[in-house]
Design a protein around this ligand. Structure first.
Ligand SMILES: C[S@@+](CC[C@H](N)C(=O)[O-])C[C@H]1O[C@@H](n2cnc3c(N)ncnc32)[C@H](O)[C@@H]1O
Length: 319
């Protein structure tokens, strides 16, 4: 479902991403985060008649943006299974992969999806609506220590223990199933309102709330594990000379991508040859580029985007 008149998404750093992908017209490409299809459409524009593009999204809402083009294939699934899906399509090697991580404007702007503290609505946050765990399940059922761990790890919240204790105290008498309930639990008393009602939040509270919501979202969607598996799968799928571009929106995922691109390993462990040169399956092209001022002016949500890109190489030695 999409509310009328709302933009599904505006792609970030579109030209920079296309330059970094250096599209081969006859190549096979994967966009693991289709969303509104902005990056996918730009890839198709650069592909010739024999090029192919596979676009993943775990949220079936994205399918409303489908592209009527015989070179385009939609994969409704989690990108963590990129290797299995591509095996299924009989594709063992690709020329390029793009990942524009996180959620689309659509997720934030649709109150019923429960991603934003700006609107009254259910506390959901599942990108895949068939997913078993909602944000409400986490805040109502996790042990206090487990909840504190999520807030600390994924929200980098220094007050994670106190906040978890507060939520647990609140839920002992009230179940927390809506955004308004969560706000009340953390001390921003809010009446229950019809879905979609805009909530007034003090600008000083927004930063902490954004961290809280980020932490819950990452846990609901198991985002760090999915990213790990997608990066590993991509490494095996990329041809020598193939390109990979990743746009990240918070430091946790950016750190993981940065380490992986530098070393070829998720834990970032560097392998060196006899002479002390770094051995890596990637040659780094873009080391964390951000959107131009002009783009941020036009699309403020591009402010937190960071782009990294690499070329796959056969055990290149980097001195
Ligand atoms: C930032 S948006 C991508 C926007 C897109 N590049 C565009 O131009 O419109 C991220 C999209 O990836 C999807 N997504 C996030 N994590 C995913 C995962 N693990 N597997 C598949 N899709 C995922 C989300 O549902 C969302 O639609």
């Amino acid at each position: 479902m999409m509310s009328e008149g709302k933009i599904y998404h505006i792609p970030a750093m579109l030209n920079e991403c296309m330059d970094a992908l250096a599209i081969r017209p006859d190549g096979t490409y994967i966009d693991v985060t289709f969303g509104g299809g902005g990056h996918s459409r730009a890839i198709l524009e650069r592909l010739g008649p024999n090029g192919q593009l596979y676009s993943f999204d775990q949220d079936l809402d994205a399918y409303q943006n489908r592209i009527n083009d015989s070179r385009w294939h939609f994969v409704h699934g989690n990108f963590r299974y990129i290797k299995n899906f591509m095996d299924y399509y009989g594709i063992t090697a690709v020329d390029g992969i793009i990942a524009d991580l996180g959620v689309s404007f659509h997720h934030f702007d649709e109150a019923e999806r429960g991603f934003s503290f700006r609107y009254a609505g259910p506390l959901d946050m599942r990108m895949n609506r068939q997913g078993r765990k909602t944000a409400a399940d986490i805040v109502n059922n996790y042990e206090e220590s487990e909840l504190a761990r999520v807030l600390w790890l994924y929200g980098e919240m220094t007050n994670s223990r106190a906040l978890a204790a507060r939520i647990v105290r609140h839920r002992s008498t009230n179940s927390i199933t809506r955004i308004e309930h969560l706000l009340t639990a953390v001390g921003i008393t809010t009446a229950e309102l019809p879905d979609g009602t805009e909530l007034s939040i003090d600008s000083r509270q927004k930063k902490d709330l954004a961290r809280l919501m980020q932490a819950l979202r990452i846990e609901v969607n198991d985002e760090m594990a999915a990213l790990t598996e997608m990066l590993e799968g991509s490494k095996t799928l990329l041809k020598d000379g193939g390109r990979m571009v990743v746009l990240t929106y918070h430091s946790l995922e950016d750190r993981m991508v940065k380490n992986f691109f530098r070393s070829g390993r998720i834990d970032g462990t560097i392998e060196k040859d006899f002479y002390g040169n770094i051995l890596s399956p990637f040659s780094v092209i873009e080391k964390g580029r951000t959107a131009s001022d002009e783009e941020v002016e036009r699309n403020p949500r591009a402010r937190s985007a960071k782009m990294r890109s690499v070329m796959r190489v056969a055990n290149e030695v980097i001195s």
